[in-house]
Design a protein around this ligand. Sequence first.
Ligand code: BGP
Length: 475
Amino acid sequence: MYKFDNDFIFGGATAAYQAEGAAMEEGRGPCIWDEYLNRPESKFNGDIASDFYHKYGKDLSLSKEFGLNGIRISISWSRIIPDGVGKVNEKGIEFYNNLIDECLKNGVEPFVTLHHFDTPLNLFKNGDWLDRDNINHFVKFAKICFDNFGDRVTKWITFNEAWAVAQNGYIAGNFPPSIKYDVEKAIQSMHNMMVAHSKVVELYKSMNLKGEIGIVHTLEGKYPITESEEDKLAAKIDYTISNKFMLDACFKGKYDDDTLNIIKHILDKNNGELIIYEGDMDVIEKASKNIDFLGMNYYSSHFLKAYDGESNIYHNGTGEKGTSIFALKGIGERVNNPEVETTDWDWPIYPKGLYDMLLRIKNDYPNYKKVYITENGMGYKDDFVDGKIDDAPRIDYIKRHLEAVLKAKDAGVNVKGYFVWSLMDVLSWSNGFNKRYGLFYVDFDSQERYPKKSAYWFKKMSDTKILCDGEEIEY
Ligand code: BGP
């Protein structure tokens, strides 16, 4: 029987814009999402979200009650520095001080992310991570956070999912700035984020604080749909741009020759180039020696077929199963594998991809030290019946992924914790409020919380340290 270590983190994850709400309160400035999701064509926004700004006390007491000993929160840059570069908003500092204290009071360790997609609006307008000045602004923001919260926060995360920022913003176009098929911008912004990440790691280490610092990557398994050489190559190319490019930077301190060759191939096909500025690789190299952990978000894997046509992507943001299209020039086409089930949003459910990815980390990046699964979970249209939510498919999803984690631990991968995305239901960036992930159901009208069946099941595991079945859970 698989057992979790006694110090294993059973956590729940959140992010500032998706959870906090209070968008205009107490001096917070706008981030890009405030503007983007308040355009007339948008059907939802994060103005109120899960009202975590006012409800965090409740969410943390529920966390404690349901056996969670970790939470991922992120700090809204524009709540701390409303315009991203100027004066500090003392009310913002006060809010995060109180939130962090409340986490600690409840025995719920905060893992704190500095950038979870929410660049301040005016910095975004200057080009976001394509603007090299953004790197220095980010380092200044990080310093303010370390100065104010570094005495109590011992787990810091520089970026959440640089790949999602780049892919969704510049390739799929379902995140701001809604650009499609601009692979050059995607790759350049990822490189610039790796420089920013590295500078923040170096800053943190220079401050001699008592904690640890890492980064969160979303890692997607990439498998050829057939054994043909062409499909294998497509899988390798997609793996390189989605995963390997940034893992190399963070854990090898350089881009492997093979990585650079493939990136060049993709850029050639898309008429682009990557600019690496003087000094970039030095700071990347230094930080790779100092990074303390990898945060790995894992939801899904893709099955690749060779593709030589023009790029063509359709994002399924409504949960209408079977509508997604993803074919990228110079990379490949993500196709349906009939043997693998998918969620309503067409994400293949493939726990083996998590196991394989963890083993790859151990083998390809032997200096990785430790891994936290910083997000994993299932988007689901939960039914709320008389105050009860039976989310058996979510339990099954999480259970199968935890099984993969424990199997990888058995094979020698040092995994120290697992965070369910999400702690409570939150806003889904490009899907709205009907794609729910939480352990706690949120009635978005009343902002009441209701623990789902999965919360009771999660508690049992945290109490017993044993991976248990969902069926016998009373809730
Ligand atoms: C990750 C993000 C989270 C969260 C999650 C689920 O990419 O880090 O913030 O949103 O994905 O994604 P979605 O809400 O698009 O279903």
